[in-house]
Write a protein that binds this ligand. Structure first.
Ligand code: PLP
Length: 219
């Protein structure tokens, strides 16, 4: 018998493959970031044993508690920070993660650049855009995005853009806005789509989908 997490992971991977095909995109053009926040090693292990290697966490401290142990067993894990990052946690984040998906303000970009310079660790960065201009949400506002992207590219290894559309309403226009912005700047990676909308995100060009509850269950 397989672990339930191995089953749901396989279903999500199948759905990604079908969505790639439906969008006439090459197989393997979308990578799954398995979002393991709030879940312990006992829930994450079956996903690792099933071959999943790319994971997302939204809190530095929580990730520090569980990933060093898991990495000792699976050294080829790739870990992305997908949640807000305070500048006083930059040092810890650069030491632990392989990519930061939540670069959302100049001060953070500068702190990350300094720490990467100091340590020689070059983490791939995604710039988070608040496509819905929601006051409570992180991310640079659409009006300020062009400038922010240019400034960050002078400082950091920018791989692409990331967004979290408003919880209500059609996410499609938000995915499209992010795709257009990335294309305008010649950025090829788009982190967008979660458990409820990753198929729509793939149709709009996502190269990374961040899926948590559809794999690991409700939090
Ligand atoms: C929690 C989280 C996800 C995953 O959400 P699900 O709906 O559980 O798939 C994706 N992205 C970010 C930034 C998150 O915080």
């Amino acid at each position: 018998m397989t672990h339930p997490v191995a089953d749901t992971l396989a279903q999500v991977l199948d759905t990604i493959q079908a969505a790639e095909q439906a969008a006439n995109r090459p197989a393997g053009s979308v990578r799954l970031v398995a979002v393991s926040k709030t879940h312990g090693p006992e829930t994450i292990l079956p996903a690792l044993q099933a071959g999943q290697r790319l994971f997302g966490e939204n809190r530095v401290q929580e990730a520090q508690g569980k990933w060093p142990g898991l990495r000792a067993q699976f050294p080829d894990v790739e870990l992305h920070l997908i949640g807000p990052l305070q500048t006083n946690k930059v040092k810890d984040a650069v030491a632990l993660f392989d990519a930061i998906q939540s670069v959302d303000r100049p001060k953070l970009a500068q702190a990350l650049a300094r720490e990467m310079e100091r340590t020689g660790r070059r983490l791939g960065c995604f710039l988070q855009v608040n496509t819905g201009s929601e006051p409570q949400k992180a991310g640079v506002l659409p009006d300020e995005a062009d400038r922010f992207i240019e400034d960050c590219r002078a400082l950091l290894p920018v791989r692409g853009l990331m967004c979290i559309p408003p919880a209500e309403g059609d996410p499609g226009p938000h995915f499209q806005m992010l795709a257009d912005l990335a294309a305008r700047h010649g950025l090829t990676e788009l982190s967008m789509g979660m458990s409820g909308d990753y198929q729509a995100a793939i149709a709009a060009g996502a190269t990374l989908v961040r899926v948590g509850s559809a794999i690991f269950g409700a939090r």
